[in-house]
Design a protein around this ligand. Structure first.
Ligand SMILES: [Zn+2]
Ligand SMILES: [Zn+2]
Length: 135
């Protein structure tokens, strides 16, 4: 069981999580890079029901390469990306790792879409890597 809090940069949106973390994935795909502004994105996947959000994030939708409709939630004041939901996995939300307060929570298990990573981004050699999305 994990328990942690997080917030956007300005603090207008915050959240509390209590439950099991389902999966932690560092994603190097173009969508994650472009939406976060970072070299890759630490995705912390959890059940939506275990996440209590304070404030009202704005939403932005786009189609993933898989054809799934993705909804990204972000702070309308500071613009920080907070959460992502996909139509392919109802009820599952990805928390953007950089918004978590307790840094020890972030323990990625795998790196995915390394085929589109920024060449200079170092990879943790102890983690499994996948060129695309593992099946
Ligand atoms: Zn904010
Ligand atoms: Zn991605």
């Amino acid at each position: 069981m994990s328990e942690f809090t997080g917030s956007c940069h300005c603090g207008e949106i915050s959240y509390t999580f209590k439950g099991e973390i389902l999966r932690q994935i560092n994603c190097h795909c173009k969508n994650c890079r472009k939406s976060s502004g970072g070299p890759y994105l630490a995705n912390i996947f959890v059940s939506e029901g275990n996440l209590l959000i304070k404030g009202a994030p704005m939403e932005y939708q786009h189609l993933a390469d898989s054809g799934n409709q993705m909804t990204k939630k972000f702070c309308g004041n500071c613009g920080a990306q907070m959460f992502s939901l996909g139509s392919g996995r109802p009820g599952i939300v990805s928390i953007r790792g950089g918004t978590i307060d307790d840094l020890e929570i972030i323990q990625p298990a795998i790196n995915i879409f390394v085929s589109s990573k920024i060449p200079s981004t170092p990879l943790d050699e102890s983690l499994a890597t996948y060129d695309k999305m593992p099946s």
